[in-house]
Design a protein around this ligand. Sequence first.
Ligand code: AMP
Ligand code: MG
Length: 310
Amino acid sequence: MTEILSATEAGLDRAAELLRACGLVAFPTETVYGLGADATDARAVARIFEAKGRPQFNPLIVHLPDFDAARGTAHFDDAAERLAGAFWPGALTLVLPLKPSAGIAPLTTADLPSVGLRVPDHPLARDLLRRTDRPVAAPSANPSGRISPTSAHHVLAGLNGRIDAVLDGGTCPVGLESTIVATGPTPTLLRPGGLPVEAIEACLGTRLAAPGPEITAPGQQASHYAPAAPLRLEATAAHPGETLLGFGPIAADLNLSPTGDLVEAAANLFHHLHALDARHQPIAVSPIPDHGLGRAINDRLRRAAAPRPR
Ligand code: AMP
Ligand code: MG
């Protein structure tokens, strides 16, 4: 059952306790309700994809209580400093180079070297983030492909029984997702949203670029996530010279989940691919069931196995 938590000390404490223990908690922000999980815990993040029924691992926005916490998570260039100073807390997400020392799980960023960060402007969200004292990954709290929720009622209509709790903070004032900007050499608008583009351009004194094909949809390019080693899917055993990435009760060099648990497999996917890639041998991968989180795992494995451009 999904707990409905009130906007009280006790409700906030319970929400933070659940988040710190691998739980999924929907919480209000000024944009829409987010489905939160500890961004440093790959298992918790895997549960987000499971609850939403997302068929792909796309990068999630990491929510932080203030600018200082954000500085510990990513590298800010001058433009990012200026935008964060002007619009945080608020409906702006900045995509920035990730600091590996922040301990963000690779599943949170879809294994990208960048991270999307936001400091929300909602008293309950910021109080919850402070109490949780962890970076919180949160996409919108709706089943994949459905409309973003702007009330606890909407959240429950889509996810009741699939998440641990919802913190009821009434209606979201903005009601639109955040605007996403990547800075770097060419400040780029990745998604229009609740903060007007004109305000961002006025702050920077320059126009925002439209995303090029390589960043329109991170992770969509067929071989974007390819390890250096070739990958062979649906393998029942390793051929000589291959390492085996297993799933289920089989002997393997590394196993995504010996018990056949798809949440565990999703949480291990990027770590295990990196570890096997470091051995510089072709990788054979056991069949993964193509339902639930298995669809997102197979999507990512197919991209990794696709012929890659040179
Ligand atoms: P959602 O969580 O559904 O509001 O959407 C998150 C979106 O933020 C992703 O689909 C990306 O478009 C963008 N995003 C988050 N993190 C990154 C990142 N590290 N690099 C590029 N885009 C990102
Ligand atoms: Mg969404």
